[in-house]
Design a protein around this ligand. Structure first.
Ligand SMILES: NC(=O)c1ccc[n+]([C@@H]2O[C@H](COP(=O)([O-])OP(=O)(O)OC[C@H]3O[C@@H](n4cnc5c(N)ncnc54)[C@H](O)[C@@H]3O)[C@@H](O)[C@H]2O)c1
Length: 414
């Protein structure tokens, strides 16, 4: 087994800086950034400066990603470029035998997802989405509760991405790519932080699959209000302030997703996982689980008895039900987003080093990212149901499969 994983980073924006800061905490014998690439020289210079300040070995520098992915000096690539480019770059990397770690975001077309799937199938090389929220403490707690059967048979989940990013509309000049998407498109543009963990809990692609979705968008005022307030005048953004998507799964579960990035509100990923025996609810950071939470009998004003189910604060069950990953790493977390970045990178590098299936594979990428273009279609047809393609070509009917071991997200390994 090769000890050091040599990494190329393609796309050196803000996200690359956070990933790099996380990698600085890893042993250089384990993971070494040997090549970097961006179209923009300023971004290259900034990253080189950051690396120099950390006494990091100077990497090979590219403006074109093609020679980087062809280079023998890299075993795998991280691709935090943009929603419009990362899938194509990952596809090309796989075709050259390099594992690709793509950043989160939604797809613009089903076609680019099919290309990704076919590249993995024809080469046997993997692509992993670096969906860090799959390693969040509460998301993994829910996975653990679900696999232990404590929530009973799963019935309904909710998730979302509600993050006030309206400040995007304040800036004059060239729009960032993310702003451009919100300016021109109307759909659930950022589905994976929410749906990733939920899809794992529901065993999507491994005995279950997404069948159909419907999406509805509210009116769009948030970005326009922000642009007006900052003196830019009235600018109309296509993206509805609240996009609500309902997914129906093959095994009968429903998932409601909320995308809201243009209205003032605290951040949430809205997680709710509900089954026949219990529920986890992010908004109150609590669970109700039969046999774990308390239930009281009360008498109403008419003298009739009724049952009250009490919430159990999630803090009260961490010690017993934390996922093994959090039990092991909670006191030695590294990297951004409360340690989730460190965990997802460890999982990716582990798969690259051992040439094994990553915990989030190409079928997961395709199913989760397709929500964006499918929700656009549904919205544009007034909320009509749209069918998900079966990216697995029927393999979803088999339970099991997927990554095994410490970083697995399908089963829980103690
Ligand atoms: N997982 C998370 O928590 C998290 C957080 C923030 C951003 N992200 C994701 O990370 C990605 C990047 O986000 P960002 O904010 O850094 O974006 P950004 O626009 O700041 O940076 C992207 C960089 O990629 C470069 N680039 C684009 N196309 C390229 C190409 N073909 N070859 C080489 N370089 C290219 C651009 O020049 C730019 O420097 C997005 O997909 C975003 O959704 C994830």
């Amino acid at each position: 087994m090769k000890q050091t994983v040599n990494i190329g980073i393609i796309g050196l924006g803000a996200r690359a800086e956070t990933l790099l800061a996380t990698i600085f905490d890893f042993d250089r014998q384990d993971v070494l950034v040997t090549a970097i690439c961006d179209l923009n020289q300023e971004r290259i210079d900034r990253i080189l400066e950051i690396m120099k300040n950390h006494d990091y070995p100077v990497p090979a520098v590219y403006k074109d990603y093609k020679p980087l992915i062809a280079s023998d000096a890299v075993d795998a690539v991280l691709v935090p470029t943009s929603w419009n480019s990362h899938l194509h770059i990952a596809e090309e990397a796989m075709k050259l035998g390099k594992y690709a770690g793509i950043e989160v975001g939604g797809a613009s077309s089903l076609d680019e997802l099919w290309h990704l799937v076919r590249a993995a199938e024809s080469t046997g090389v993997s692509c992993m989405m670096l969906e860090n929220c799959c390693y969040g403490r509460n998301e993994l707690l829910c996975l653990n509760l679900a696999r232990k059967g404590l929530l009973g048979e799963l019935i309904h989940c909710e998730c979302g991405y509600e993050h006030d990013l309206a400040e995007m509309a304040r800036k004059d000049g060239k729009r960032s790519e993310r702003e451009e998407h919100n300016f021109r498109r109307n759909g659930d543009l950022y589905p994976t932080h929410g749906i990733g963990p939920v899809a794992k809990i529901l065993r999507i692609n491994r005995g279950n699959r997404f069948m159909t979705l419907t999406s509805t968008a509210s009116k769009a005022r948030g970005f326009m209000r922000e642009a007006e307030r900052s003196g830019r005048g009235q600018i109309f953004y296509a993206e509805g302030d609240v996009v609500t998507t309902v997914i129906k799964c093959a095994n009968g579960e429903t998932v409601t997703m909320t995308h809201c990035v243009s209205l003032p509100r605290p951040y949430t990923r809205d997680l709710r996982v509900q089954g026949t025996k219990g529920i986890f609810l992010e908004d109150v950071k609590s669970v109700y689980i039969e046999g774990v939470s308390t239930t009281r009998e009360e008498i109403d004003v008419a003298g009739n008895p009724y049952t009250v189910h009490d919430w159990t604060p999630v803090e009260d069950i961490y010690e017993k039900y934390d996922h093994p990953i959090w039990k092991k790493y909670k006191d030695k977390l590294v990297g951004g987003h409360g340690g989730m970045d460190g965990l997802i990178l460890k999982a990716f590098f582990d798969a690259v080093r051992n040439r094994t299936a990553p915990p989030i594979d190409v079928y997961d990428c395709a199913a989760w990212m397709s929500i964006t273009c499918l929700s656009e279609q549904s919205i544009s047809m007034g909320g009509m149901p749209v069918a998900f393609p079966d990216f697995t070509d029927g393999k979803w009917i088999y339970e099991g499969g997927g990554a095994v071991g410490e970083w697995a997200l399908d089963e829980v390994y103690e």
